[in-house]
Design a protein around this ligand. Structure first.
Ligand SMILES: C[S@@+](CC[C@H](N)C(=O)[O-])C[C@H]1O[C@@H](n2cnc3c(N)ncnc32)[C@H](O)[C@@H]1O
Length: 409
């Protein structure tokens, strides 16, 4: 992947988002560490990683990312202005998030770019657009004061003069007359390959993200989507040059799918062929993320994507545990579970009856749920790729074909 962006749960302690956002602090860091380590390996050598966060975890995430990416690969910690004014606050009204940014390898990473503020004449040459930069050849490096063509040899030496003459012949420079004995050396700069560096403060209001999604879908379907403009700015910035217009962008905390939305819009704008891979744990993929991307494609008049679900194994039991309402229901479930080989190795499934009395004695449905969830073998929540040919799992032929295609086999 050329670019990975994530917007993980900020660990605000609130449970109003529909997904878990109140981890114990060290669990949150472990959850992040495991995923960041894999993500780093997935980046290309010139790739870049962005993680949104706020004050809840920023300082800890920065240290963790320094460890995983190496602090020499730290690019910056963007401040992203997300709100203006107002609101109830215990101490200070907070109007910003952070965007921690790391390169896989800072030596191979090209700075993020944005379209340049062009201050010159635009011309067409061999079907391509250029602007002519006039104030680049200075008398003294780093200071204003243009060196005229007539003075190059005197000020910069014969070697430089020859180099400029060669450049003029090759069509790299153009001579511009600015009065008697005043000729400027103009430099052609390709319009679409010439960008400015980023400033460390970005501004994209969350309210914008919310409204745009509401407008697109006709109703409010997701609590805190990121503004598409933020994603467009960083994705465009990291895929600015023509050679990167077919980059793969990954977001493994997809939510409502803002990252994919941004990729689609950018491709439309600059004729790019960037691809996206999104991952999401919640079922709202079907009611929010997929319909959103379908709407975007519909508006753009074409394009496609595929989506699929991991094949559940133990996850079936996990869902049943989570939705159970009573001890009786959980006991039934326990009987089912103990018949299958889905428990952790230290649980003895031969004597489920003996365990029942202890289980009932717990006397609290939530605690009973927690215990059952704990006993399930989490390494088998989904069917492993290595088991794809195992007849017991009954993987459909079409699914096998899809998996082989995905893994490039
Ligand atoms: C803050 S939201 C992301 C919002 C998204 N950037 C948008 O604009 O809509 C975080 C998302 O991460 C998802 N998530 C949390 N843990 C995950 C995991 N282990 N795997 C995949 N998705 C996860 C949550 O379900 C939630 O949708």
């Amino acid at each position: 992947m050329k670019l990975i962006y994530i917007d993980p749960p900020y660990n605000t302690g609130s449970d109003s988002f529909g997904y878990n956002d109140s981890f114990n602090h060290s669990s949150w860091l472990t959850f992040m560490k495991n995923r960041l380590e894999v993500a780093r390996d997935l980046l290309t050598d010139d790739g870049v990683f962005f993680a949104s966060c706020d004050d809840n975890e920023q300082a800890y995430l920065k240290v963790l990312m320094d460890e995983i990416f190496g602090n020499e690969n730290f690019v910056t910690n963007f401040v992203v202005i997300r709100a203006e004014g107002g609101g109830l606050a215990k101490q200070v009204v907070k109007g910003h998030d952070y965007l921690l940014t790391y390169a896989k390898n800072i030596e191979k990473f090209e700075p993020l770019r944005k379209p340049k503020d062009i201050r010159g004449k635009i011309v067409k040459k061999d079907g391509k657009e250029y602007w002519i930069e006039e104030d680049w050849l200075r008398i003294e490096f780093g200071k204003y004061g243009t060196c005229y063509y007539e003075d190059i040899e005197k000020i910069k030496g014969k070697k430089k003069k020859d180099e400029i003459d060669k450049g003029i012949e090759a069509g790299q420079y153009i001579l511009l007359n600015k009065g008697i004995n005043k000729t400027i050396v103009g430099r052609y700069r390709a319009l679409d390959e010439d960008g400015s560096k980023f400033y460390s403060i970005l501004k994209h209001l969350n309210a914008g993200g919310k409204n745009e999604l509401k407008d697109l879908m006709g109703k409010d379907i997701f609590p805190f989507p990121k503004p598409t403009a933020l994603l467009k700015e960083i994705i465009f910035g990291a895929t600015f040059f023509q050679k990167d217009k077919d980059a793969i962008v990954l977001d493994f905390h997809a939510g409502s799918g803002t990252t994919a939305h941004a990729v689609l819009e950018l491709n439309k704008q600059d004729n790019g062929n960037r691809k996206f891979i999104l991952i999401e744990q919640m079922d709202y993929v079907e009611s929010v993320t997929v319909p959103r991307l379908e709407k975007v494609l519909e508006k753009q008049g074409g394009g496609n994507f595929i989506y699929c679900e991991l094949m559940p194994y133990n996850a079936v039991f996990m869902d049943r545990i989570q939705s159970a309402q009573s001890t009786v229901e959980l006991l039934d479930l326990w009987r089912d579970i103990s018949k299958d080989s889905v428990l952790k190795w230290y649980v003895n499934p031969q004597k489920p009856e003996e365990a029942e009395a202890h289980f009932i004695a717990i006397g609290d449905v939530d605690k009973q749920k927690q215990l059952l969830a704990e006993l399930l073998d989490k390494n088998q929540l989904y069917v492993h790729l290595s088991e794809i040919e195992d007849a017991d799992f009954g993987v459909a032929e079409a699914d096998k074909v899809l998996n082989r295609a995905f893994y490039g086999e």
